[in-house]
Design a protein around this ligand. Structure first.
Ligand SMILES: [Zn+2]
Length: 320
């Protein structure tokens, strides 16, 4: 068994970041400006952004990276992190990520999420070597995305439920067999995320660091298992299907879609929704970006969607 590890996490004021190598930066305009305002003084040889989150867009970005670049920095949210992982892997370069928001767990994972045929596929890229965390930078992020990574912790409620349900239905492949100890550990991470949600939502440095550490625990647990069943189930499937819906489309933050999807999936499962709802609100995750009529519409076709994309078994497969 080979278990991937999470990156080194270093808390640092961005003004102290020095790098004498030829630096390539994958970012977005707003993220790069925010990092500058926070004191980042890298002088990159190359700065670029992907046009979208598809594999062709990431490949085109990698092709534009000039020879001579010796290290890739990814500065931004989940899209910048995923694109930077792809570029670093393509050129076999070291990778450093600087999150401008804790919007998702992608800064800590070893795969790059790309959109393909209306769903998400994870390309193995390896993880970053280091994640540089300036809590002042993250605190200055828009409140709706600043701590939205809480969604990848609260999704344990619905993801682990699905994993257990799939076991009871005999639907788990042997390599994804339900493990009670792993579910118990995931449950503790979920309980802790309810505790840290308000502080992270207010942008307090301690709360943001707690959120980051819990995300690292969640990612490391999934790394040890070799799959993401404890935190990825029907709520993520619904979010992926929403992203493919013409009324929603790409360009939404992960939490904009996963947040409401957690509420909806927990309802299907007959779980208590209030603690999840309250934690999402406390963390600042917007719950009004997806019209209820669109949620209803996507729910109608979700059973076909999850089968078409061969997603792991969950409550979404049994909706009628
Ligand atoms: Zn997620």
């Amino acid at each position: 068994m080979i278990c991937m590890a999470v990156p080194e996490i270093e808390t640092i004021a961005l003004a102290e970041v020095r790098d004498t190598r030829d630096v390539g930066v994958v970012t977005s305009g707003p993220a790069w400006a925010a990092a500058h305002r926070a004191g980042l003084h890298l002088a990159p040889a190359w700065t670029d952004a992907p046009v979208d989150a598809s594999e062709p867009a990431f490949a085109a970005l990698a092709a534009r990276c000039p020879a001579g670049v010796a290290v890739i920095y990814g500065v931004g949210g989940g899209l910048a992190a995923d694109a930077a992982k792809y570029v670093a892997r393509h050129h076999s370069l070291p990778l450093i990520l600087i999150p401008t928001a804790l919007s998702v767990d992608a800064h800590l994972t070893w795969a790059s999420g790309v959109r393909r045929d209306g769903c998400i596929t994870y390309l193995p890229t390896g993880a970053a070597q280091r994640v540089l965390v300036d809590t002042a930078l993250i605190a200055a992020a828009p409140p709706g995305v600043r701590a939205a990574g809480i969604c990848d912790l609260l999704s344990i409620a619905t993801g682990t439920w699905d994993w257990h349900h799939a076991e009871a239905r005999g639907q788990n492949p042997p390599e994804q067999a339900y493990l009670p100890w792993a579910a118990a550990l995931a449950g503790e991470i979920l309980a802790a995320s309810l505790i840290v949600a308000p502080g992270a939502g207010r942008g307090e440095p301690a709360g943001l660091l707690d959120l980051l550490r819990l995300l690292a625990l969640e990612v490391q647990l999934c790394n040890l298992l070799g799959h993401s069943r404890p935190e990825e189930g029907s709520e993520h499937y619904l979010a992926y299907a929403l992203e493919a819906h013409p009324a929603i489309g790409a360009g939404h933050a992960h939490g904009d879609l996963v947040g409401p999807a957690i509420i909806r999936a927990a309802t299907w499962q007959g779980q208590a929704v209030a603690p999840l709802h309250d934690a999402l609100v406390a963390a600042g995750v917007p719950l009004d970006r997806v019209p209820a009529a669109v949620l209803d519409d996507v729910e109608q076709t979700l059973p076909q969607y999850v089968r078409r994309h061969r997603l792991a078994f969950g409550i979404a497969h049994e909706l009628s």
